[in-house]
Design a protein around this ligand. Sequence first.
Ligand code: PHE
Length: 340
Amino acid sequence: MDPIAAFDQFEQTALTAIAAADDSAALEAVRVEYLGKSKGRLRDLQSLVGKAEKQQKPLLGKRFNEIKNDVTAALDARKENLTAPKAEAAGLDVTLPGSPVEFGRRHPLIQTIAEFKDIIGRFGFSVAEGPEIEDEHHNFVALNIPPEHPARDPLENFYLAVAEKSNPAANGGPAPRLLRSQTSNVQIRVMEQTEPPVRIVSLGRVYRPDTMDATHSCMFHQMEGLMVAKDVTMAQLKTVLTMFASAYLGHDVPLRFRPSFFPFTEPSVEVDVLWDESGWVELGGAGMVDPNVLAAVGYDPEEVSGFAFGLGIERFCMKRHQINDIRRFYENDVRFLRQF
Ligand code: PHE
């Protein structure tokens, strides 16, 4: 046979055999048969080159190299193809759109708390922490709330069952404890431990056995504020609250200060915001720290004065985002949470 024809035939049969090999073992057998070092058919071609006439040799040599390279490349390509994972075999359609990655996000109240700290921090208030399980001294007594005050009614508070049963006055058992009904407990704890001047806020949960509805929850969040120093005034209190509300709700937000009463402040006010056409909604209470409270923590009411405020965090967040039902915050409905 003409050597060139023999070369062509070799190439064709080798490529066909490579394409037909359908697993790695079959492919390896093809490799040995065609390219094997000792008995491979390529060696026969090589000897054809050796035996050829002198003028034909360069041409045959070139063709030999071409074929060797082509067949080797085809083998490598087939090998890669056989070992690649079979997406389709695994029932995977790589042309389908991917499933979207869901990102978590911070709860709107957590975002609000972070922003509150940021804004009030610019007024020089630092953040204090206090316990949610509190004794009567810090939740009531030191705040000048007398035993007969309606806020101390056990039905208005969440007392812990253990303490309630043990009647401490009679047998010296553990003092009654309750879930704090206000963050004002932190005022007392901070003043007990620090000398004036004091400028703190404390943000956290408070608990009241209210019936849940669109504006009430048995657990909600407050930001307590306290500033005590020489010559602190009501004008400063109004300025801080007005500037704080403007920073969070927009600078032209209409606020209203209404005379009110709290046992731990005198004078006292309630702070309202114009909610919508239907009227005003209370954001919280505030006032000048009552001298009895200053005395209860060992401060001298003749030396220092102070203001305090307690604001409902949910209310602010609801006002800003036009949320009409406080229960949305606690239902964990992702359709709601995703919007923040
Ligand atoms: N503790 C009061 C409340 O929960 C709010 C308040 C705080 C009022 C500080 C005056 C001063 O209603």
